[in-house]
Design a protein around this ligand. Structure first.
Ligand code: NAD
Ligand code: GLY
Length: 373
């Protein structure tokens, strides 16, 4: 490991008095107590994690809190997307309250996007809002979900439909944690990195074409650069449009298609969230080609890159049955970006340049799915 790749990078999300730092680098869990202590109003933390992450990464976090004299209690949730529901949320907030929290207590989310989203929503609502810190342990959470303050759980009607914009006080992206992450999860997170290149940064996409394999192999310099570039772009977009009234919607590139595919496949192991985003980005490109907005060359180039990273790029990957086109359009109609009943899509004009289309035609989408399935 070179000296440079051992360095911790620091970025700021500029949101005035709700602004916060993102630290990216190795060894951050071991010094979490030191980093969090100056932000604490009382030396009490409640750590929320999942069983898998607890097994790998809870011990050093406990030790770092002990070293700073920070009292801590732990709540360990079951791993997986199914945890992000109302039943688990209800038990979670009861368990946090049973820890005897006050407004000055710090919640600490140690885990992937599932833990970050449910713990963040708990922080947003407990005692009408208590401080929280994100310690993301998946690549997806380090480049996306831990930054920007979207917190949510799923309901029977769909994904992330109950939530709040609520910013953390700090994000500690410890790159060492990625060494225990299963390859499939790592590659799913890589899809969100590719997203940043596709929406706004052609040079970053070109760099990923050259170095993507090194990123997925977790070569320290390449992985850190990919996480840093992603977080820098996300921080800038969030600072300019925290509540998604404009450009923040670009971060949903691939997600309207992707969420429909996740709903269709039951939010489970068939399609991980990042895999759904990869397939959703490929479909958004193909749809843009059908509409004459993007070129077939760009679509093929992106799909080649995603496929080389082991990500799905065609509907054949999930084997849809029956009248899938109608069902998929139905799922897309429940998206949070729907306005006046119209589906909003993020579509690419070319690699590095995406835009928000506010009134996608459901008829064209139905025909597109019919031909693609
Ligand atoms: P996840 O949290 O379910 O983690 C994936 C799996 O990896 C889990 O089984 C987990 O236990 C395990 N894991 C986590 N860290 C590990 C580690 N270091 N070593 C070994 N195993 C580890 O899933 P995810 O992909 O991180 O996040 C997906 C969720 O994030 C979805 O619910 C999605 O909606 C949400 N999300 C939110 C935002 C946002 O802005 N809030 C953005 C993108 C995605
Ligand atoms: N992941 C999309 C957003 O944070 O806006």
């Amino acid at each position: 490991m070179t000296e440079k790749s051992k360095r911790v990078e620091r970025l700021r999300v500029e949101l005035g008095d709700r602004g916060y730092d993102i630290l990216i680098g190795p060894g951050l869990i071991a010094r979490a107590g030191l980093e969090i202590l100056p932000l604490m109003r009382r030396r009490q933390a409640v750590i929320i994690t999942d069983a898998t992450v607890a097994h790998h990464h809870l011990a050093p976090l406990r030790a770092s809190f002990d070293a700073q004299g920070i009292g801590h209690q732990e709540i360990v949730l079951p791993a997986g997307e199914a945890t992000k529901d109302l039943a688990h949320f209800g038990r979670l907030v009861d368990d946090v309250l049973a820890c005897g929290i006050e407004r000055g207590t710090m919640l600490v989310a140690l885990g992937g996007g599932v833990v970050g989203d449910i713990a963040g929503f708990a922080a947003a609502t407990l005692l009408r809002g208590i401080d929280f810190v994100q310690i993301p342990t998946t690549l997806l959470a380090q480049v996306d979900s831990s930054v920007g303050g979207k917190t949510a759980i799923n309901t029977a009607a769909g994904k992330n439909l109950l939530g709040a914009f609520y910013q953390p006080r700090l994000v500690l992206a410890d790159t060492d944690t990625l060494s225990t992450l299963p390859t499939r999860e790592l590659r799913a997170g890589y899809a969100e990195i590719v997203k940043y290149g596709l929406i706004r940064d052609t040079a970053f996409f070109e760099w990923l074409e050259a170095e993507g394999e090194a990123v997925c192999d977790l070569e320290p310099a390449a992985a850190t650069r990919a996480i840093l570039t992603s977080c820098r772009m996300k921080a800038a977009i969030v600072a300019a449009d925290e509540r998604e009234e404009g450009d923040r919607a670009l971060l949903n590139f691939g997600h309207t298609f992707g969420h429909a595919l996740e709903a269709e496949t039951g939010f489970g192991d068939t399609l991980l969230h990042g895999e759904a985003v990869a397939l959703g980005m490929a479909l958004a490109l193909d749809f843009a080609v059908c509409l004459g907005i993007a070129t077939g060359q760009d679509a093929s180039r992106v799909k080649r890159h995603l496929a080389a990273a082991g990500l799905p790029t065609g509907l054949s990957a999930i084997g849809l049955s029956g009248n899938a086109a109608d069902r998929l359009v139905g799922h897309m109609g429940k998206d949070k970006k729907v306005r006046d009943g119209r589906i909003t899509l993020i579509l690419p004009r070319r690699i590095g340049d995406a835009f928000v289309m506010r009134d996608a035609s459901t008829e064209q989408l139905r025909e597109f799915f019919g031909a693609a399935a």
